[in-house]
Structure formats: C-alpha cells, structure tokens
Design a protein around this ligand. Sequence first.
Ligand code: PLP
Length: 461
Amino acid sequence: MAIASQSPQAVETDLQALARRHLWLHFSRMGGYGPEHEIPLITRAEGCYVYDEHGKRYLDGLSALFCVNAGHGRTELGDAAARQVAELDFYTLWSYAHPGAIELATRLASLAPGELNRVFFTSGGSEAVESALKLARNFHRLHGKGQKHKVIAREIAYHGTTLGALSATGITELRSQFEPLTPGACHVPNTNIYRWPADRDPLWAATAIEERIEFEGSDTVAAVILEPVQNAGGCFVPPDGYFQRVREICDRHDVLMISDEVICAWGRLGHMFGCERFGYQPDIVTVAKALTSAYAPMGALIASDRVAEPFMQGKESFAHGFTFAGHPLSSAVAMANLDVFEREDLCGHVLAKEGELRQMLESLHDLPIVGDVRGAGFFQAIELVKDKETKESFDDEEAEELLRGYLSGELYRRGLICRADDRGDPVIQLAPPLIADTEQFEEIHDVLRGVLTDAWERVRR
Ligand code: PLP
C-alpha cells in the first residue's frame, strides 16, 4: 500500500531496489545489476509488444522465452480461468480427476499424431522431461528389462534443470556445478550442419546415435531424447530423413523416442506438434510453455498407447506425480488458448508467413558478421562469425564481450527482445508471437541491421 501512494518515479526506484534486494532472477548474474544497470522490469504487455516500468515499448521477439505464442493481452484466457475458479478452484490429479483435465487430455490426444493418446500433466517443461525419463525407465522395467535405464541426448541441447532433465541437457557449463548428475545420460552430436564438412553423410548424426546405443549396449538404453529443431546452439534443423532414421534405430534397439517439444509444439514450427513438421512418430512427446501461451503454468507428457499400456493393468501404477499438475485453472486456460489457435488458424499463419520472416533475416547476409541463418517456422537463428569465408567463430572472451558486453544490452536498448546466446557458437535467436506479421518483421530487421553493423565495427576495432 505504501508503494501505491508514492509517485510513479518512486515506485520505479523502489521496485528496482526491492528486486535487487529480494528477487533472485534465473540464470542471471545478480551482481551485474545496480543503479547504473537496471534490471529489465516488464510491467505491461499487448499483442507482440511489452512495456517496461518507464513506459518504453519493446517488440517481444522471443515470445517471453518461447511461451506467449498467441500473443500478449488476451483477456479471454483470464476470463476462462475466472470462470473455472467459480466452478472448481483446485483439485489434484493424485487419485482424483476433474472435468478440466479430462477435457484437455482428450483434446491433446485428438491433436497429437498417431497413437499418442495418454496425457500425464506436469507444471512445466523440466517436470515433463523428468517424467518422460522416469516413464521410459519404468516402461522397460515392466517389460522385464530393468537394465534399460540410459538416455541418449544431443550435445548442447537444453532439456531442463531438474537433476534428471539436466543429465540429458548437453551444456557443460550448466551441468558442471551440480555434478554428480543422475547417472546414465550419454551425449551424441547434434545437427549443426553449418559446421559440417560439405561431403559429410547427411545422416551421419543419426548413425552416431546407433553407434552410441551399440557402444553402451542396447540392453542398457531406455530412450533417445531430441527436439524437432534444437534450440540451444541456435535452431539446428535436422537434415532430410534424420528423424526417420532415428525412428528406425529406436525400433531396432527397443529404445523409446522422446520428442522434447517444450518449444517446438503449439505452432512454433507451423504445426501443433513439431514432429508433424518432420513427419516422425515419437513414443513420448513433452510439452509446456505455449500449451497455455504461458498465461498459466502447465506442462505434460503425451505417451503412446504402447508406452502407457503396461501401467493401465491390474495393480500397476506410475509412482510419480506433482501436486499442481493438471491444475484446473491451467487446464481452462489451455482450452481457451487452443480455441484461439483454432479460431485464428495460428499454425496456418506461421506457415504462410515464415518465408517472409526468413527472407527478412536472409537479407542481413550482406553484413560481414552474419554467418548463417537457419530455423523453421517462427523459430529462427542468426549465427555470428568473425570471418564469413572460413566460418571462424569468436573465442570465449570475444563472445563474452560481443554478446553480454554489447549485443544483449544494445538490442534491448533499441527496443527488441531476442536472445543473444553462446551456449554453442554465438547466435541471435528470434521466436516472435505467432501473430507477428510484416510490420514486426520489418521492425526486427531494422533493429538487427543497425545493431549488427555497429557490432562489426566494435569487432574490427
Ligand atoms: N525442454 C526444452 C526443449 C526446453 O526448451 C525447456 C525450457 O526452455 C525445457 C525442457 C524446460 O522447461 P521449463 O523451463 O518449463 O522447466
């Protein structure tokens, strides 16, 4: 109340100070914030734009971390939550059901391809991945193959932060501080085609999965986990036939194929599920983020009938759960969100407009710092290089200076929220809300052109 009675300037100042004193930002160097370096404080949002405490507008070129796919400010999603509170505020899925979770599970099963018919809700993406890894182990155990416990994941891939999901995450800097992690995770090459020799077999990375399964012993491997388009490293798109080959390998070795679609589902690639874009059929899909367009927290794994079947018999159960999973409010918001998707054909919009977005990014190729442009749908990355011809990248110190020392801050200062990332080689990632159109693409282009031009000047100095 004291804050409300103060002047707007005082409120801003207080919030900055209070945030610095009490709030712990995720994956953030808290020591870097101070009176000279404000915490970005977002207070309002509408459509493709968000506003900070000073009223400055930003284009949300990352959909609030790949979340707000339907765009900001859709009060009808909140209305759905309010109606749900009036009916049933909360009940848990631990041995009970409620209509919202049943209706949403039914809808997800009808949207998901093939026999993906059984929905296990979670509160977010790491929990969905954690659940999928446990489910894979448990599935094999119920088939008398309890030795099958390992998971094969790809280098630099991000699958979440809980210890099991983190073991699948292939980013050394995120793992090393928390070791020992859950045992049994193995990593194989990703599909960073830009850095492959030109004559490499396009299915080389799929073959590497089989070789690793054989090296580990297929009687010890439970699952392979991969994203349709790998986020970390900068939107690695698979070569043609990659996922089909991985599917064959999984079948040959009785290994479950987990498609981690925490980012790639819900229209990001122009389809409800990322696997539809590339025409493969996983055994388990993990989703979160834009299932509700993040208006309420929710995740899920969707398992095929074959995977779920042993758990549906006699005295068996999946001894696993989360109190908030399938929360009635989140279920209601997810239903309203999917209504928006269908009514406005957001997937169709992405498919119709992705070429335009891509063309706009490709037009930056004349800048010496732009090495590669890649991605699919409204999920695109620009790889930054020191030398276009040789594809030479920046060393760690240069990347630190370029990304953290300049690009991240400068893009934000010029009104564009996107990701400047160096979990692999340095990239800028763009994933605007699925309602974005020519006006936003042009805005992205203009900011990127200016900032990347200046960045190159700094590099040359
Ligand atoms: N899996 C993938 C592919 C992700 O991109 C993420 C988060 O970005 C996760 C899992 C973890 O999701 P959450 O942050 O909701 O726990």
